[in-house]
Design a protein around this ligand. Structure first.
Ligand SMILES: NC(=O)c1ccc[n+]([C@@H]2O[C@H](COP(=O)([O-])OP(=O)(O)OC[C@H]3O[C@@H](n4cnc5c(N)ncnc54)[C@H](O)[C@@H]3O)[C@@H](O)[C@H]2O)c1
Length: 440
């Protein structure tokens, strides 16, 4: 018997702390402030615009998600964050040039008030960046303690009831799980002894979880998913989720691949290339950071297509992903996909996609939803990995021994059924035999 979840109300204010106030971070903050003032609409956000069907199709019960589960209203959100540059969110938003100047200016006061705290940074983990606004400490444990103090002060100064931390900082160099990551004793020893395998993002995650604050990882970094931090999340009963916001090309892949698979269309090759000119593109120009991204991007097709179950259709699929740094494009990424498919009797066909997307415009609503749902998870007593939030991630975290669900439509069903479950509503299986008299 599982016990019925009890959801605490979303009373008081929620702090959203962002390590990384770059393109995604500032587009999230500026957009939320604009929506709050009625100056823009939160397109792309399930928490703000999505509905959920309850009961049978004949019942006509389809409330907004935000009216169905208690989520923090946008008016009650306070943003804070860290960055290696001293620019306020206003300057950083201008610099990122995702939003038009008039939009940024419409919330200038709010953005100017957001001054980044000093970051925990290590150039070995982000080779193409360096900045002056960084913390110093003898050991990585000292740095973690400074972050914990930042979090406590932010909460106290702003009169907050709850806080979540959402990583919107750069992609770090690929760091495979090693001995120091295996349990909390080894990890804390590593923090005290400055183990090189402990990355800045792991230090942020540790500081959050120690402070009983949920942590979500928006980059593909190996970080909150290491065994030591998962152990800490369970022990301190804190939700964690990740990794890598699912936007752009991977979003398209997880929309299209389930369709090909559903119709048993074979795929010989899927070639994806991108040109991207923002700072994220510059960071990903380093092979170490690109490797972390590549692992995250390549993983999605396998779990959707299941080549082991469908060897004739998908075993020989050549999946290639490239990202090229091309400054003229700024945040407006251009992604090309060439998909070589085959159908009846093996006849080949090709599909070409040219997605002129705006990366941070796609990422901001994902980041907002994640912050609000992570807070809901915390108030509902759901700790550890939040697999129901895989909808938002390229490399969803799952319990050991499970494969992740990457199909966007399975992910959405999982998310909505989790909300129904939390509220004691019947889960929707789409079986629908009750509408017909087949078995009477
Ligand atoms: N935009 C998208 O669609 C998308 C999708 C998936 C993942 N992401 C990931 O989200 C992250 C942010 O993307 P972005 O486009 O905003 O990049 P960005 O380069 O514009 O912003 C990242 C910011 O993080 C700061 N930073 C780097 N290391 C830091 C540290 N240790 N502590 C604090 N700040 C630090 C940088 O100075 C920069 O201001 C990247 O890791 C990116 O890969 C973005």
């Amino acid at each position: 018997m599982t016990k019925k979840p009890e959801i605490k109300p979303a009373d008081g204010k929620l702090g959203i702390l962002l390590p990384g106030l770059g393109a995604v971070g500032t587009t999230l903050v500026a957009g939320t402030c604009m929506v709050r003032k009625g100056l823009g609409r939160p397109y792309g956000s399930l928490t703000q615009m999505g509905t959920i069907r309850l009961g049978k199709r004949t019942e006509n019960r389809v409330p907004l998600i935000k009216d169905f589960v208690p989520l923090t209203p946008l008016q009650d959100i306070v943003f804070g964050g860290w960055d290696i540059f001293k620019d306020t969110a206003y300057e950083s938003a201008l610099n990122a040039a995702v939003l038009r100047q008039e939009h940024i200016d419409s919330v200038r006061d709010e953005l100017r008030a957001l001054k980044p705290m000093k970051a925990v940074f290590d150039k070995n983990y982000v080779k193409n960046l360096d900045g002056p606004n960084v913390k110093h400490g003898k050991t990585k444990m000292d740095l973690a303690e400074q972050l914990m103090q930042d979090m406590a002060e932010f909460k106290q100064k702003n009169g907050l009831d709850r806080v979540v931390v959402l990583w919107t900082a750069s992609t770090e160099v690929y760091q495979p799980v090693s001995k120091v990551h295996l349990d909390m004793d080894l990890f804390e020893k590593g923090l005290r002894e400055n183990a090189p395998e402990i990355s800045p993002s792991m230090i942020y995650a540790y500081a959050a979880l120690k402070s009983h604050i949920p942590f979500a990882m928006g980059a593909p970094n190996v970080s909150v998913d290491i065994p030591a931090l998962l152990q800490l999340a369970r022990e301190n009963k804190v939700p964690v989720s990740g990794k890598d916001f699912k936007t752009g090309q991977t979003l398209m892949k997880t929309i299209l691949a389930p369709g090909f698979k559903a119709r048993l269309l074979g795929i010989n090759g899927w070639f994806s290339t991108n040109i991207l000119g923002n700072r994220d593109g510059e960071v990903l120009d380093d092979p170490g950071s690109f490797r972390t991204k590549e692992v995250s991007k390549l993983g999605v097709l396998d779990t959707i297509l299941q080549p082991d179950k469908y060897p004739e259709l998908y075993k020989n699929l050549h999946h290639v992903v490239r990202i090229n740094y091309y400054p003229p494009r700024g945040d407006n990424k251009e992604g090309w996909d060439n998909i070589d498919i085959f159908g009846w009797l093996g006849y080949p066909m090709q599909i070409k996609i040219n997605f002129l997307c705006r990366d941070s415009i796609l990422a901001a609503p994902v980041a907002l939803d994640l912050a609000l749902f992570m807070d809901l998870a915390q108030r509902s007593g759901m700790s550890g990995i939040q697999e129901w939030l895989s909808f938002y991630y390229k490399s969803p975290m799952v319990r050991e021994g499970l494969y992740p669900e990457n199909d966007l439509f399975i992910q959405l069903t999982k998310l909505k059924n989790t909300l129904r479950y939390l509220k004691g509503e019947t889960l929707i299986t789409h079986l629908g035999v009750e509408y017909y008299d087949y078995f009477e």
